[in-house]
Design a protein. Structure first.
Length: 703
């Protein structure tokens, strides 16, 4: 009976994937092929049939939302509590390991976790201190993140340089950044993976301990792993059994800009020579026409694991492609079609998604939806936990837990205003540096000095007392602590009603949760955790649509330079990524897929002539309706697809080429626009930043 429950309502390939329990397994799960069902049923199979404890299956995915959904499904399936299971994101899993083992690396277990905002604030502080152009902080942060995900330490990176290039400056920032993190007893997201790998590599006994704890490894969204995550999985599965099941789809690998490496899934058989490969090709989401169109587009990519998706849903509507004159017409066309389908009673507004490559495309679409009175939500990358008041309150909590957390102290020392300005903070920084202390310890030291003015001593003393009172209080739950912080800090006395409501919501969400558990949850939260598909049309980027599905999907901007994005035009690997991104967008659609493009679009304050996307040429003409000049409601015969022209290349300079300026030195061309006397060129000069120049006056030498 138990066997029937675990394997019921599954196709043969899904059953094969679930029942394979010895040795490495790669499950190539095509879009909409029921991979979540496979993962949850496989977990249950290992528990029920192979008698593994739920706490012995190391299960990783990429979002908290996916992990929580997985836990819920498995819990209902097994009729047991999953709270002690190891089901979570890479970061949450590594956090659990490091909280127990990090002393072996010289850290304290009460370390703080720095999110992207904290990371950028610390890097800006370091750039300012090293007298390096502060506006570079985002680029520096991204480069450091890529280095860490590649397991390259600052010492190793510096050893590769020549001592003069911008990379030398980057290496010094990276080195100081790591020193500051260690001084603050803090880890950023990339450290959590990198340090866990280091822990296992330098401590074989600890690795052996976790081999014993986890006889089976289960990985979701395997195509999104970066080098450090893959190395972690290899270490954890390096016991004699190699019991790892990796589930993913190389055609949906779209996070190269975050460090994801599609070669991990492509090389799985090489790294695990005895691996079994199972393909899931039956699609349960989309119609056959949508699958045929998306399959034809993705098949043009080289070096992929071939899959042919099929469905029992039937052919369904043909895919629509419409070319319009302008982005305003495109937006109105999309809005009118949504309104028509809604008024016919076919779909609710929550059934629609509008996807685009870059956020700036959203403005015209929002205007058109408002004009039609259509409710919509813009799914952005801002998490609830990134709101200013929430970050402030949580920074109080982090500093109370970890007095060495300098980033949190800098954020809240004058929030609310205590009259502690930048000059005072500068003195504290100098004292901390001179005595190799944290900022909080430096404040205590300054207060003992006979030279400190009474008013300043009172201000600093008040701040120290607040933090120490919060630290010393005994809170049963995180909710109690958050309420205590709000009262003792004086933070809620003069804030707007909306921000106060957010703080109350934060405290409410922490009911019954321990302080440490809540602090970790807040640090590891992401924007996607709060996404709800409700009663409004969803607007989002193609990257943001990963993992979602909608009955009706519009993809706007099928033009060269937009989709595919202009930065990918001359790069084969980037172009393959753009094709995968388009494929992911198309396969979000269940019933209707509509593609749009325009002849002219305003990009970066200039109206440009647009060429249809090269991807349109790959679409089978018998699966698609081609429409032009929608205002005339004229439909082109299926045998006459829109001709796709090759993009016009800038003749004067090539994006990615190197040029030399008499004052700023050597730079890299990032963008070109205009022609003749109106030509403009954007160049990134290391140490200087981006410069937008008139080509005829720039005095640049091409190298």
């Amino acid at each position: 009976m138990a066997r029937d429950l675990v394997l019921e309502e599954l196709n043969q390939q899904q059953r094969n994937a679930i029942m394979h329990s010895q040795g490495p397994l790669l499950v190539l799960a095509g879009a909409g092929s029921g991979k979540t069902r496979v993962i949850t049923h496989k977990f249950a199979y290992l528990v029920k049939k192979k008698k593994l404890k739920p706490s012995c299956i190391f299960t990783v995915t990429f979002t908290n939302k996916a992990a929580n959904e997985m836990k819920g499904r498995i819990s209902r399936f097994l009729e047991s509590d999953m709270r002690n299971s190891w089901i979570g994101t890479f970061h949450s899993q590594c956090n659990k390991i490091l909280r127990k083992e990090i002393k072996a690396l010289g850290y304290s277990p009460d370390f703080s976790i720095y999110d992207e905002d904290d990371q950028c604030n610390l890097i800006r502080h370091i750039l300012k201190e090293l007298k390096i152009y502060e506006a570079l902080y985002k680029g520096v942060s991204g480069r450091i993140s890529i280095l860490k995900s590649s397991l390259i330490s600052p010492e190793e990176f510096l050893s590769r340089g020549d001592g003069f290039s911008f990379d030398e400056k980057l290496g010094r920032v990276y080195l100081k950044y790591q020193d500051e993190l260690k001084r603050c007893n803090a880890l950023d997201f990339d450290d959590m993976i990198m340090l866990t790998v280091k822990l296992f590599e330098e401590n074989p006994k600890i690795l052996q301990k976790y081999h014993h704890i986890f006889p089976y490894i289960l990985v979701d969204e395997f195509q999104d792993t970066n080098h450090s995550q893959y190395k972690l999985l290899q270490l954890l599965s390096s016991s004699s059994h190699h019991n790892i099941c990796a589930v993913g789809d190389d055609d949906q690998s779209i996070y190269k800009f975050r460090g994801a490496d599609v070669s991990n899934i492509l090389n799985f058989e090489k790294d695990f020579p005895d691996a079994k490969i199972i393909k899931l090709e039956q699609n349960y989401r989309s119609t056959q026409n949508i699958l045929d169109v998306s399959g034809a587009v993705i098949s043009k990519n080289l070096h992929r694991k071939g899959k042919t998706l099929w469905t029992e849903k039937g052919c369904g509507e043909k895919v629509f492609y419409c070319q319009l004159n302008s982005e305003e017409e495109e937006a109105k066309y999309i809005a009118r079609n949504i309104k028509d389908l809604y008024l016919k009673g076919s779909y609710e507004y929550g059934n629609f998604a509008i996807l685009y490559r870059v956020n700036l495309q959203g403005r015209a679409i929002e205007d058109a939806l408002r004009e039609e009175g259509i409710p919509y939500q813009v799914v952005s990358g801002i998490s609830f936990y990134q709101r200013r008041e929430i970050k402030d309150i949580i920074s109080y909590m982090r500093l109370a837990i970890n007095h060495d957390d300098n980033v949190s102290l800098r954020r809240i020392i004058n929030r609310p205003s205590r009259g502690i300005g930048t000059s005072t903070l500068s003195k504290i920084e100098q004292e901390a540096k001179k005595n190799l202390l944290s900022l909080f310890a430096a404040i205590r030291l300054i207060m003992q000095s006979a030279n400190i003015a009474a008013p300043l001593k009172e201000k600093l003393g008040g701040f120290v007392k607040i933090i120490e009172d919060i630290s010393s209080a005994s809170y049963k739950t995180a909710s109690d602590m958050l309420k205590g912080i709000a009262e003792k800090s004086g933070y809620i006395e003069n804030i707007e009603e909306e921000r106060l409501q957010n703080i109350m919501e934060l405290a409410s969400s922490a009911e019954g949760v321990s302080v440490k558990e809540f602090a970790d949850r807040a640090a590891l939260a992401s924007a996607s955790d709060n996404l709800q598909q409700g009663k409004a049309v969803s607007l989002m980027t193609l990257h943001g649509a990963k993992g979602l599905e909608f009955p009706v999907v519009f993809i706007a901007g099928l033009e060269e330079g937009v989709l595919p994005y202009f930065k990918a035009i001359d790069d084969v690997l980037e172009m393959q990524e753009e094709r995968r991104l388009f494929y992911v967008g198309m396969t979000r659609a269940k019933d209707i897929l509509c593609l749009t493009g325009v002849k002219k679009r305003r990009l970066y304050s200039k109206i440009q002539e647009q060429e249809p996307s090269r991807f349109l040429a790959d679409i089978p003409k018998d699966c698609c309706h081609w429409i032009e000049k929608v205002q005339q409601r004229a439909e082109l015969p299926a045998s006459e697809p829109v001709k796709v022209s090759k993009p016009k290349l800038q003749a004067l300079y090539t994006i990615g080429s190197r040029v030399k300026h008499p004052s700023w030195g050597i730079g890299v061309v990032r963008d070109c626009s205009g022609n003749g006397n109106d030509a403009k060129i954007t160049v990134n000069f290391p140490g200087i930043g981006l410069k937008r120049l008139a080509a005829k006056y720039a005095n640049l030498d091409r190298l």
